[in-house]
Design a protein around this ligand. Structure first.
Ligand code: BG6
Length: 490
């Protein structure tokens, strides 16, 4: 698909997301020659700035968040020249007329892409004003950020508000994990390699671990985070998306709907966490004071912007089961948390041992292959296989070692693009395959909602863990009960 010229309108252009992610990503696209010459950017925010002042502000953000080696004066000037600014109160109809004129008069047929980098509570109002100002025609696209709601009813309401103005194929719901190179690579790994495709089921896989660990705390977002918690903030979106990509059946092609249809089937097949299951399948935690990369850090309740007592979880471990032929009996252990020892996202696929074992009984614990998929950092894969230990004195001793693929080394990759570069590019191209469809969001909420409804403990204080550790000991107990352990504990 070509790369059409766009008028990209950024609501919330002076906010955190725009400063840290969107402008740096757009700069990279500009520098790589991926923004057509006629493409323009309109930054919208409440701040009282003129065009020159806004450009200065954006330039300062770029200097702070871009790697120094990509800063080039010509590229910077060229990029900033694309940016216009409009001071706007999003609840006031007036600014929208100006926005519409900006697009109609200067746009020369550019595709209108409206990016709502604002709290979701504003989506309805912004949409209504946009339509009144004639900015919702059939070709206009809208890009929205998570969280799409706090539960199923609120997500349905947001989706309805968007649907009053935009067709589903013009709504681009971001889950930035889908823009990560290695997450996309899961599709290539699974469906381009028959070696794995033929092994990817309950006959060959015993269990799967998905870990998304962060060493940071809540980073000045206490009040938002406290109303969401790790379950809504991370599991409902990123973790369930990863699970879907790992567990879905092969799509018949790479079209957005073929892929998303398969993901929805997985979401529908997730076993409910009934009241009987919940105590063995869910662990919630909250960090207390500890260390992060060797430096003392406060607990969640003592964070600078903390608002007092709270039962919000900053860590979740779950045992998830998928009720279908492919995955019956194969648990997916997933865990995610703030203030864990390191930033690391990875998937470990544990294969079943060979049906008949003929080696030293002492080494039987070694006897299953593992595929480790490192999503970030140090993106790559490693297949743990068993070989004979070399040397005359070793007999038939076994040894486990990796077949290793580190993307940066093997493919001599200069840099792995940030997720937002890919996502902005695909939204401007109108390609939806990396965006979340309405029914996906809603099925994910349905599952999270029933889990919360069945969880009597969720109103109580989560289990404590010290910052800088791998979560509450109950998370270890959860997997140990099944005779297994988290990968870093093996
Ligand atoms: C966001 C969450 O969606 O993802 C944050 O709201 C989290 O709480 C972030 O820190 C993690 O993203 P990444 O790309 O740093 O793994």
């Amino acid at each position: 698909m070509g790369n059409p010229a766009c008028d990209l309108v950024l609501f919330g252009a002076m906010g955190d997301l725009a400063t840290k992610k969107l402008f740096p990503a757009l700069y990279h696209l500009h520098r790589a020659g991926l923004l057509p010459e006629q493409s323009r950017i309109l930054a919208l925010a409440r701040r009282d700035l003129n065009k020159a002042g806004a450009r200065q502000q954006i330039a300062r953000g770029l200097e702070e968040y871009l790697e120094p080696e990509v800063m080039e004066a010509d590229a910077m000037d060229g990029f900033l020249a694309r940016v216009d600014y409009l001071k706007m109160d999003f609840s006031d109809a007036e600014g929208y007329q100006q926005l519409g004129e900006w697009h109609r008069q200067g746009g020369h047929g550019n595709v209108l892409v409206l990016y709502f980098a604002t709290p979701p509570g504003l989506y309805g109002q912004i949409t209504a004003h946009l339509c009144d100002a004639g900015c919702c025609d059939d070709s206009a696209r809208v890009v929205v950020e998570k969280p799409i709601g706090q539960d199923l009813p609120s997500s349905q309401k947001l989706n309805d508000q968007l649907a009053t103005a935009f067709r589903e194929e013009n709504i681009f719901r971001i889950d930035h994990y889908l823009g990560k190179e290695t997450v996309q690579n899961l599709i290539a790994l699974r469906f381009a390699n028959n070696l794995f495709a033929s092994q990817w089921d309950q006959n060959h896989i015993s269990h799967v671990e998905i870990t998304v660990a962060e060493s940071v705390g809540v980073e000045g977002r206490w009040s938002y985070f406290n109303s969401a918690g790790q379950l809504r903030d991370m599991v409902q979106s990123h973790l369930l998306q990863l699970l879907c990509l790992l567990a879905m059946d092969p799509p018949s092609d790479l079209s957005p709907d073929s892929i998303r249809d398969e993901k929805v089937k997985v979401l529908k097949a997730l076993a409910p966490l009934t009241p009987e299951r919940i105590s063995t399948h869910l662990v919630r935690g909250q960090y207390t004071a500890g260390t992060a990369e060797g430096v003392p850090v406060p607990g969640y309740l003592q964070e600078e912007d903390a608002g007092g007592a709270s039962h919000t979880e900053t860590f979740v471990a779950l045992k998830v089961e998928i009720e279908n032929w492919r995955w019956a009996g194969v648990p997916f252990y997933i865990r995610t948390g703030k203030r864990l020892p390191e930033k690391r996202s990875e998937v470990i696929v544990h294969f079943k041992p060979a049906p008949h074992y003929i080696f030293d009984p002492d080494q039987k614990y070694l006897a299953n292959n593992k595929l480790i998929i490192r999503l970030q950092p140090d993106e790559g894969m490693s297949l743990q296989i068993l070989t004979k230990d070399q040397g005359l004195s070793r007999g038939m001793r076994l040894r486990q070692g990796p077949l290793e693929l580190t993307f940066a080394e093997t493919f001599d990759t200069e840099r792995i693009p940030d997720a937002y570069e890919r996502l902005l590019l695909e939204a401007m191209k109108g390609n939806q395959y990396l965006f979340v469809r309405r029914d996906e969001v809603e099925h994910a909420w349905r599952w999270v909602d029933q889990l919360l409804a069945n969880c009597d403990d969720c109103g109580a204080h989560p289990k404590r863990y010290a910052a800088g550790t791998w979560g509450p000991v109950a998370a270890i107990a959860m997997i140990t009960r099944d005779g297994r352990s988290w990968y870093e504990d093996t």
